[in-house]
Design a protein around this ligand. Structure first.
Ligand code: MN
Length: 284
């Protein structure tokens, strides 16, 4: 079995109008190479009128910000000219590369009574040779994301990226990355794995899981496993939701500041200079 390296408890923070749990980075886990940051927002009621409080135009460089929406709807506009909208079970995969500007925020999507929003934003690092690539945008709707039923049908995984038991996710990734959103019932019991010697993470959005018969992970906890291809056993004590990730470590120096993830402090200063100099394009 793939052993657990650490389980982190998230720290509370906020982004724009959203209340966030942040299990990565935390004091005892600064980086889970290649995963830089994991933000879990909600479930949070978005009342009519409050959706105007979006995260205003900001830049990114050197990594991939990916949003997994579990419920509700988020909207997005960027300097590439994309205007996007994704809802429960859907994913937005941005490759910021050399630079993108965007704004993002909740949407009522036509509801007059409000919606419950829940999403995860994950930052995936790019290797040095791809940090300055042309930016790209993928919007992955429900019809494109295949389901995989495990644990006698009590765990439903929506496979977003990579290959899990022959089910292939639609996301184009820059390095080997696997990702699946999951919904499980009480009593779900079985083995899961991506079968790669990569960093593997399991984040629990809600519910309680016994892992490898000896650890318990509950809502808002991030389980980080050893980088060893092997199975993990799960048993659900209480129904809930999860995000399962694996990624090949980059093993490169990392320098992060604000919305930039680079290899050196000089590259961070360059990113600020380029942003100030208008090199990230414009948001119409
Ligand atoms: Mn952003």
């Amino acid at each position: 079995m793939r052993n657990i390296r650490i389980i982190t408890n998230g720290i509370p923070t906020s982004v724009g109008p959203l209340i966030i749990n942040q299990p990565l980075p935390v004091g005892e886990l600064r980086y889970a190479d290649p995963f830089v940051l994991l933000h879990h927002a909600g479930p949070q009621r978005i009342e009519p009128g409050s959706e105007v409080h979006k995260v205003e135009s900001h830049p990114h460089r050197g990594f991939e910000p990916v949003s997994f929406v579990f419920s509700g709807t988020v909207i997005h506009r960027d300097s590439l000219g994309n205007v996007g909208k994704i809802s429960g079970g859907e994913v937005q995969w941005i490759t910021s590369g050399k630079g993108i500007l965007h704004e993002e925020g909740p949407s009522l999507d036509g509801s007059s009574t409000g919606v419950d929003l829940e999403l995860i934003q994950l930052w995936i690092n790019l290797p040095s040779e791809k940090k300055m690539m042309e930016p790209a945008y993928q919007e992955l709707h429900k019809t494109a994301i295949p389901d995989l039923l495990l644990c006698n049908g009590k765990l439903r995984l929506a496979v977003v990226a990579g290959d899990m038991k022959g089910i292939v996710g639609p996301a184009v990734t820059q390095t080997p990355i696997s990702a699946a959103m999951g919904w499980f019932e009480e009593g779900a019991n079985g083995m899961i794995d991506f079968i790669h010697d990569d960093c593997m993470l399991l984040y629990v959005l809600a519910g309680t899981l016994e892992i490898n018969d000896e650890h318990v992970a509950s809502a808002h906890q991030l389980v980080v496993f050893d980088n060893k291809a092997d199975e993990v056993s799960i048993r659900a004590r209480e129904a809930g939701r999860l995000l399962l990730l694996s990624g090949q470590p980059l093993n490169e120096p990392i320098a992060t500041y604000g919305p930039f993830v680079m290899n050196s402090e000089e590259e961070i200063r360059e990113a600020f200079r380029d942003y100030a100099g208008g090199k990230f394009g414009t948001l119409e």
